[in-house]
Design a protein. Structure first.
Length: 150
């Protein structure tokens, strides 16, 4: 999916969940959700986030590969658990953003392996990045974001 689609899905998710959770700092909650909604692509050196830290991203791609450990719900759970020891709200925000990324990447032909490395079973769909459907999802997430604000 496009960078903008990941951010829009993260933004919509942040608004949705913030309505049902007792959030102390909405600014921090939203920032963590948005950052974690693009973070799984750190393993791809030509992604928007990968370009910002190209040497590290290049190393992660060679060592771990793309859409493997960093696109795993298992990895997200472990990181969320570790963060939650220090701050439950930030841990939850991290998981919400990260999971939103994985959810919509599972709609692409490349798919995701949610339980990697325990299982290599893939969940995949038919929406190509930069396709009409990807742009349509972006618009849908932005409409839902605005609707949830009202």
């Amino acid at each position: 999916m496009m960078f903008s689609t990941h951010l829009a899905c993260g933004l919509m998710s942040a608004v949705f969940f913030s309505q049902y959770l007792d959030i102390k700092s909405k600014a921090v909650f939203f920032a963590v959700v948005l950052i974690s909604s693009i973070l799984p692509d750190v393993d791809m050196y030509n992604s928007k986030i990968g370009k910002k830290i190209k040497p590290l991203s290049f190393f992660l791609n060679i060592f771990f590969g793309h859409r493997k450990i960093f696109h795993s719900l298992l990895f997200a759970f472990i990181v969320c658990f570790l963060i939650s020891f220090f701050n439950m709200e930030i841990g939850l925000a991290f998981f919400i953003g990260y999971a939103s990324h994985l959810l919509i990447d599972s709609l692409t032909p490349g798919g995701t392996m949610p339980l990697y490395p325990l299982s290599k079973r893939k969940i995949k769909g038919f929406i190509d990045t930069y396709s009409f459907s990807d742009y349509a999802l972006f618009v849908l997430f932005m409409i839902l974001f605005i609707y949830l604000l009202l």
